[in-house]
Ligand binder design. Structure first.
Ligand code: ADP
Length: 312
């Protein structure tokens, strides 16, 4: 349904999104999880067609976002962290107005409104002024607005931000009720807020997707796996050849090259750094750097899991 390939975004010299690739199937609910500043909003804004990427490709339902943004936008809704609501309008007239803006005719808006009001539990506040509603209700009106034209893809940036725990549970139920009919990506910097709603989680750190899968799988991966960052003087082929028969090496991720020497991160089932360093030396491959990084990832994951304040 959604395919993202090599997406990169620079703001000046600052790289906010770095070679992001993933696929999402129709009807899935995906959590985009990362600390503040990790690139979530930038990524969602690109997917929504509100921001041009520096490089990469996005297709929604087979249509290329960059080549045909109007067609793609008909089929999606993006809800920013602070949704754009007109505070001095009443809820129902506002939704009618939004429906018309989205290209729906009067009759379709009229037919669609009762169902959407029921789904988002706002029917009883239809005649209230938006600015007088509680934050939780305003958020529901925003979701009603996003769902009005029945978009297939819904992008929600930190939808639980600012909600109290009861409202978070209600928001979860609402988003869960969309499963199957809509494809949803929602972002958060706190795992508990999106835990249980999402079929899969994409973990983003410094603009890169560092993990992908159901929550339990990620928890195992980030709390058990040994990761070692390395730089070696030699070619990729020589390094791969050397490490091929080390059973503890589960994956090699190439990261960057410095002074012509490949950099990579090894995923290991056991800490066999010593034997790897000996093996590389015996093949004449110079070891320039070797450092365990799994603890960083573990910390990141734990910080995302716990409701802990982190520096912005
Ligand atoms: P998140 O949504 O995860 O908090 P953002 O996508 O907002 O992350 O930001 C990612 C990085 O890009 C941050 O370092 C942020 O400071 C930077 N950034 C975001 N927007 C801009 C902008 N308009 N100009 C320059 N840098 C930006």
């Amino acid at each position: 349904m959604l395919e993202v390939e090599g997406l990169t975004k620079y703001y000046g010299h600052k790289r906010a999104v770095n070679q992001v690739s993933f696929r999402i199937e129709q009807g899935e609910i995906i959590g985009l999880l990362g600390l503040n500043g990790s690139g979530k909003t930038t990524l969602l804004r690109i997917l929504a067609g509100n921001l041009l990427p520096t490089a990469g490709r996005v297709t929604v339902g087979g249509v290329d976002l960059l080549q045909d943004p109007h067609e793609v936008k008909k089929n999606l809704s993006f809800l920013p962290e602070t949704p754009p609501l007109y505070g001095d309008m009443k809820v129902r007239p506002y939704l009618r107005f939004v429906g018309r803006l989205k290209g729906m005719d009067r009759a379709s808006v009229r037919d669609r409104l009762p169902a959407i009001e029921e789904q988002t539990a706002i029917a009883h506040v239809g005649d209230e002024i938006i600015g007088h509603l509680s934050f939780g209700y305003r958020q529901r009106v925003a979701i009603a607005m996003a769902l009005l034209h029945e978009p297939q893809l819904l992008l929600l940036d930190e939808p639980a931000s600012g909600l109290d725990p009861v409202q978070i549970v209600e928001m979860r139920q609402l988003i869960r009720s969309l499963r199957g009919n809509h494809t949803v990506i929602l972002s958060s910097h706190l795992l508990p807020e999106i835990s249980q709603i999402c079929d899969r989680i994409l973990m983003i750190q410094d603009g890169r997707i560092i993990g992908e899968g159901p929550e339990e799988e990620l928890a195992q991966r980030f709390t058990r796996k040994i990761r070692v960052r390395m730089q070696v003087r030699g070619t990729r082929a020589e390094i791969e050849e050397c490490l091929r028969d080390v059973p503890e090496v589960e994956e090699i991720e190439w990261v960057r090259e410095e002074d012509g020497c490949p950099g990579f991160v090894l995923g290991l089932s056991e800490d066999v750094r010593e034997s790897i360093s000996l093996k590389l030396s015996s093949r004449g491959l110079g070891l320039l750097e070797m450092a365990r990084t799994d603890l960083d990832l573990e910390n990141t994951f734990l910080r995302l899991m716990l409701k802990e304040e982190e520096p912005s």
